[in-house]
Write a protein of this length. Structure first.
Lengths: 317, 250
């Protein structure tokens, strides 16, 4: 099958990774390195959301809760226990996966509109718990005090360069895993559900189970992104789990293109770049962002990569 | 496989869409179900294929009651169906549609360990495309297929699951006269080659009388008549309720 070869994906990821890792050897730029670190977290977050939005047709407005949940879980374990970074990170992702399974079990049987509403509602519930459980989470101040024991596999993550390398590797491996999932028979099943759920169930697909799997997997990868975010900010903040953050992921997905695997990554990069550039000139970031999104929605009527596919059929993948 | 319906009843609100219907479709038969709009024909198919449960009655496949099985389980037992409005996966190509159907039917829809399609699936999809004559458009997205090809793809998806009984809900709906005949000839060819028990709903009486060996007439959820084309043509109740009015309308 064209475009589905696993080898091709591995080669592309390897090249991308080599390029990203080579840049600091040629030229050190703290701003660029910060950008890639933030992009790593955001790319995993947005791409995992697109597993739901683009692949399955489930629009979740509460995806940020898993991003934030994992960031808190990870930061708290690092501060309160003596677990190594690797163990704490793995545990954070596992706990987040379980949380996604539980939330999904409630949400996935609902129809599209109510699904969107209830994911938002659960997220707001989770956000208020963070805000009010001050003794554990630090309330609206966030979890301060930093993240100790920042070494893993020889990476010394208090060094920006090492954090940069670590985040890039984790993000590329995570994206590769997500890519594999979307290209698997299960990924094809998700597209069947998006296209025609009724026919899919006639063919033997158990809809709620497939949707719950998708929701849980998406939560897991958002959790992986959350760990990177916690490493970057050296803690965890309620904003990570707040609904505007879920909105950011949705914007990234829409800007980059929901029908292209790398669409959300590009969208995340665009959002972050826009944020950095606009904030230098004006404090009205939201206004500029709104105009840009309107321009895309009304002008291209699809995300950038989807637009390129549409404009150059047969050339873009 | 022999399909038998016994005392099937289904009401929506106060209206009995299917009212105590008993019919038998012998193995390898080719029958048409006809009747005026709202006679309950599509509901009848929905009850057999398990889209929703009946209020009462039995659906027997080779003597086994399958009425309590889910639609997917019924499909596994060999009941395939195509829909009045072609039901396929619009963003996928014809080949992907069929490969996805075969994969799902084999119970491998949740597989995460390999890339799509799993081994053996492409071959089966090719066979089905050959069989129904969709090979030339195998890489065309279903959404941009012609109407007729979409209907064929819908039937092909059903055939990919190797059904023994095939229910076709208006296979020629929305087609011009010539296309109708091409379609129905293909359907008849499939019936012969695959030794199917085939039941189709059809509004074109020329096609019905020419193609079907047995005709069942539904009217207000009840069986008005059944028999060979000649018997139905001359049945006064059918002429009054259906054939007569049809000529008026035309």
């Amino acid at each position: 099958m064209k475009g589905r070869s696993a080898l091709r994906d591995v080669v592309i990821s390897a090249i991308a990774l080599v390029v990203v890792l080579a840049i600091p050897l040629l030229h050190r730029s703290p701003a660029f390195e910060d950008f890639i670190i933030r992009l790593s977290a955001m790319a995993l977050f947005a791409t995992s959301l697109n597993l739901l939005v683009g692949n399955t047709g489930m629009v979740s407005f509460g995806h940020g809760m898993f991003y934030g949940f994992s960031a808190y879980a990870f930061a708290l374990m690092m501060q309160m226990t003596d677990l190594s970074l690797l163990v704490a990170a793995l545990l954070a992702v596992i706990i987040t996966t379980f949380a996604a399974l539980c939330v999904g079990a409630i949400c996935v049987r609902l129809s599209t509109d109510y699904f969107a509403f209830i994911t938002l509602a659960v997220q707001m519930l989770f956000y208020s718990v963070i805000i009010s459980w001050q003794s554990l989470t630090g309330g609206d101040q966030g979890l301060r005090g930093g993240i100790p024991r920042r070494e893993i596999f020889g990476f010394e993550l208090s060094s920006q360069l090492h954090l940069y390398q670590f985040c890039a590797i984790v993000a590329v491996l995570g994206l590769l895993a997500l890519r594999h999932i979307t290209a698997s028979p299960f990924g094809q099943t998700l597209r069947m559900i998006r296209d025609n759920a009724d026919r899919a169930s006639f063919l033997g697909v158990v809809l709620w189970r497939a949707r719950l799997w998708a929701f849980t997997i998406a939560g897991a990868f958002a959790g992986l992104g959350g760990v990177l975010a916690a490493l970057f900010v050296s803690g965890a903040y309620p904003e990570l789990a707040d609904w505007p953050n879920s909105g950011q992921a949705i914007f990234a997905v829409m800007l980059g293109g929901i029908n292209s695997f790398l669409g959300p990554v590009l969208g995340a990069a665009m959002l972050l770049a826009l944020n950095d550039v606009v904030n230098r000139f004006t404090e009205y970031y939201g206004l500029v962002l709104g105009i840009v999104i309107l321009a895309f929605a009304l002008g291209l009527r699809r995300g950038v990569l989807d637009f390129l596919k549409f404009a150059f059929p047969g050339r873009a993948k | 496989m022999k399909l038998e319906i016994k005392n099937l009843t289904k009401a929506f609100g106060g209206v009995k869409a299917i009212d105590d219907v008993s019919l038998s479709f012998p193995s390898g038969s080719l029958s048409a179900v006809i009747g005026p709009n709202g006679a309950g024909k599509s509901t009848f198919f929905n009850l057999i294929s398990g889209a929703f449960p009946p209020d009462a009655g039995e659906v027997l496949l080779e003597g086994q009651d399958i009425v309590r099985l889910s639609k997917a389980e019924r499909m596994h037992r060999g009941i395939g169906r195509a829909f009045q409005v072609a039901s396929c996966f619009p963003t996928m190509t014809v080949a992907e549609n069929l490969m996805a159907a075969v994969t799902a039917h084999a119970g491998r829809w949740g597989n995460l360990s390999r890339r799509f399609p799993p081994p053996g699936v492409a071959e089966r999809a090719n066979e089905v495309m050959e069989l129904v004559g969709l090979s030339q458009v195998r890489d065309v997205e279903a959404a941009i297929l012609s109407h007729g090809d979409q209907k064929l793809l819908d039937i092909a998806i059903a055939l990919a699951l190797e059904p023994k009984v095939l229910l076709l809900d208006e296979p020629t709906a929305g087609m011009g006269p010539e296309e109708r005949w091409r379609m129905i000839e293909r359907v008849r060819g499939l019936w012969e080659r695959q030794k199917l028990t085939l039941v189709f709903i059809e509004h074109d009486m020329d096609i019905v009388f020419q193609v079907a060996s047995t005709i069942r007439v539904l009217c207000y959820g009840r069986v008005l008549a059944e028999g060979s084309p000649d018997e139905i043509r001359n049945n006064q109740a059918v002429i009054d309720a259906y054939l007569g009015t049809e000529e008026h309308a035309a």
